[in-house]
Design a protein around this ligand. Structure first.
Ligand code: FUB
Length: 319
């Protein structure tokens, strides 16, 4: 089911706040920049927020523009996938944006309302890099931020949280580059620790290699908990799948379990998973309404099911 018919929205991060579902997407637009592997054609410059109290029967309410590039002091270009977390009645939006030197950093913007508007902090999060922040609140109230993305997302330019001279991916038989995770400080504005790598193991207990393009992490991290297990889900990028791996704590390691969504129409695939009124939903996007334009994507939602042993039933993306 498509969620927003009159505009292009992608990368939905969805949370339950005050009994309503709030959807925080990227706002795709046509800026005329040609498609390339650096993702320059994803030239988004603002965010909208949407909400609903009945995802199956009520259209989303559009709360309008809540943050834009021109509101952010350190901005260069490209507002990609964002996420929002709540603590003590305040709402914190985490977003990736290229700075004035064309390096992706993660920023934070604050609001008293889940529907915004959000006021940007003057500087990016210290020590942050790459894209696709997703914030998970564990049952004990601790917040963890997951982030990272290859190619245009610049993750290949870093090792051990330091920029390397010539960004490159590891060799096919070397361990894959991992998504990163760090607990957030109490004030929600900084990493409380050095970001750690999220290791994904195969069934044999060995970390996935960089050459395993069908299963290795590429971008679009998401974390949720189901029946006490931690589910780390992500996109495989150039093989266009949404996959998941499970573990016993927010840091992992996680063991690869399977495919949530097979490729959709469009290059990117991105998602969030949330429980609402006793059902579990996958929010994602595809490029069907734009006729396959990879940079003009539309939001979708579908219910997902778990087997008794916690396996997520695969959904066909139609791509
Ligand atoms: O929307 C721009 C980028 O495309 C996102 O950050 C990635 O996850 C991919 O969906």
């Amino acid at each position: 089911m498509y969620l927003v018919e009159n505009d292009f929205m992608a990368d939905p991060s969805v949370h339950l706040f005050d009994g309503k579902l709030y959807v925080y997407p990227s706002h795709d637009r046509e800026s005329g920049i040609p498609e390339n592997d650096d993702g320059d054609h994803f030239d988004m410059n603002d965010y909208h927020v949407f909400s609903t109290s009945d995802i199956e029967n009520e259209p989303l309410t559009d709360h309008g523009v809540v943050l834009k590039v021109s509101d952010i002091a350190w901005a260069g270009r490209q507002l990609w996938d964002c996420d929002v977390a709540c603590k003590n009645g305040k709402y914190y939006m985490y977003y990736p944006l290229k700075d004035k030197t064309d390096i992706f950093r993660l920023g934070v913007a604050i609001s008293d309302n889940p529907a915004g508007p959000f006021i940007a902090q003057p500087d990016p999060i210290r020590g942050s890099y790459s894209i696709d922040p997703a914030v998970f609140e564990d049952s004990n109230g601790a917040h963890y931020i997951y982030f990272g993305g290859l190619w245009g997302g610049q993750l290949q330019r870093y090792r051990c949280n330091k920029a390397i001279e010539c960004g490159h991916e590891p060799g096919d038989n070397e361990p894959a580059l991992p998504s990163r995770v760090a607990q957030l400080k109490d004030d929600m504005l900084e990493f409380a620790e050095e970001p750690r790598g999220i290791v994904i193991l195969g069934e044999d207990g060995v970390p996935l290699n960089a050459g395993d393009h069908d299963r290795r992490f590429f971008e679009a991290s998401w974390m949720h908990k189901h029946n006490g297990k931690y589910y780390f889900s992500y996109s495989t990028g150039n093989t266009h799948k949404l996959c998941y791996a499970t573990g016993d704590n927010p840091y992992g390691p996680f063991t690869y379990r399977g495919i949530i969504l097979t490729p959709v129409v469009g290059w990117t695939t991105h998602h969030s998973i949330v429980e609402f009124k006793g059902k579990w939903y996958l929010f994602h996007h595809d490029s069907v309404p734009s006729g396959g334009k990879t940079w003009l994507r539309s939001l979708k939602v579908v219910e997902i099911d778990y087997s008794e042993d916690g396996e997520i039933m695969t959904i066909a993306g139609g791509g």
